[in-house]
Design a protein around this ligand. Structure first.
Ligand SMILES: Nc1ncnc2c1ncn2[C@@H]1O[C@H](COP(=O)(O)OP(=O)(O)OP(=O)(O)O)[C@@H](O)[C@H]1O
Ligand SMILES: [Mg+2]
Length: 352
């Protein structure tokens, strides 16, 4: 919605609190789109965030507060996203109704769609308006998030003097970032591979038709390197990222990469097969990979070969301008895949 007289609400600062790292991104509107104000990330202590829940609020709060301080971010109004077992996203097909009627219907019927006690969740919905001339039914996206988990995040953020106004969902934020940067008339699979989970979101004609979280990610690689060579996390992570030479370990490290990537690809193929069986006349045009795990060397070629679909890395800054004197263009390019979700949140206005 456009506010009168050209006044538009500020954008929130986007916070993606992952299990490995917090990513922050601040954007502003510019004359022909968006400009990057600042961005950055910081690694979290092991276990501080696990399966979408905040296990160590103090450590995460401190990491975020330090990041805001170092990046000199003055805007305290933030959005963050949730994922994992505490959030359920479900598409239901309902008769077309007016907004107020739809809300009433969902509140009274939600129990059959959501496997949680309704008292324990925040519930939201959006009519996707998929009804066509020949049908009076439409798809409605339901989101239920456990209050306990969301409240932990809100409390942590308020505790460091931030003002959280938007609770997003990882998959939606990814989709938002995609819509701002790419041609949305395509059929595309967005795949975010983080440290502990992979989010697959297949979008056909601008509508999300397959969405799932799978418990795999780049930390698997680190853990296997730790186990096979009996070494600590930091050393294994450094070997994985190629910062430490894998002397005498090359072959085993190669095998760890290849078995794990094969498992990831199998999961991606399962989602693509499901999509193709439901949309045989809408072949996928491409796969766009984000998250730190997307940067595994050779993954793009391997996936292209296995799926026979063009694969590329997500660039959330494709249509954004930035000052190369303030933000190194090489840094932007390398951090892009990890920043996809934070950018998708940072594109949200602070109020509608
Ligand atoms: N070049 C690379 N090769 C392999 N793994 C990488 C590479 N670069 C980063 N990673 C891994 O990506 C992960 C971090 O990515 P990301 O920030 O997307 O995860 P996260 O959002 O914190 O995790 P999650 O979404 O699973 O909670 C870490 O496990 C890191 O080691
Ligand atoms: Mg993530």
């Amino acid at each position: 919605m456009k506010l009168p007289f050209g006044i538009q609400k500020d954008l929130v600062v986007g916070l993606d609190i992952g299990s490995h790292a917090v990513k922050v991104c601040q954007l502003k509107r510019s004359s022909n789109g968006y400009a990057i104000v600042t961005l950055g990330s910081t690694v979290l202590p092991e276990g501080a965030v696990d399966d979408g829940s905040l296990n160590d609020s103090e450590a995460v709060g401190k990491a975020i507060a330090d990041l805001f301080k170092n990046l000199k971010i003055k805007n305290r109004t933030v959005g963050f996203s949730i994922s994992g077992y505490s959030v359920i996203v479900k598409k239901v097909n309902l008769a077309v109704m007016e907004e107020a009627k739809l809300e009433e219907h969902i509140m009274s019927e939600a129990e059959q769609y959501i496997p949680f006690d309704l008292e324990d969740v925040y519930l939201d919905f959006q009519d996707l308006k998929t009804n066509s001339k020949d049908t009076d039914r439409t798809d409605v996206m339901l989101v239920a998030a456990k209050k306990e988990i969301v409240d932990d995040y809100l409390e942590m953020l308020r505790g460091i003097n931030l003002n959280p106004v938007i609770v997003d969902v990882d998959g939606f934020a990814l989709e938002n970032s995609y819509e701002h940067n790419y041609r949305i008339s395509e059929n595309v699979a967005l795949v975010d591979i983080g440290a502990a989970k992979m989010n697959i979101n297949i979008i056909s004609q601008g509508i999300s038709v397959v969405a799932r979280d799978i418990i795999v990610g780049s930390r698997q690689l680190t853990e296997q390197i730790m186990n096979v060579f009996d070494i600590e996390f930091d050393e294994a992570e450094a070997i994985k990222l190629g910062f430490l030479p894998a002397e005498g370990k090359k072959q085993e490290v190669g095998e760890i990469f290849s078995t794990t990537c094969t498992q990831w690809i199998l999961e991606i193929k399962k989602a693509i097969d499901l999509y193709h069986s439901n949309h045989p006349d809408q072949p996928l045009n491409r796969l766009i990979l984000s998250g730190g795990g997307a940067k595994v060397a050779g993954l793009i070629d391997f996936l292209t070969q296995e799926t026979e679909i063009p694969v590329e890395l997500f660039n959330p800054f494709l249509k954004m301008v930035s000052n190369p004197k303030k933000i190194d263009p090489d840094y932007l390019l390398s951090i892009g895949p990890e920043m996809a979700i934070a950018t998708g949140i940072a594109l949200r206005p602070s109020a509608i």
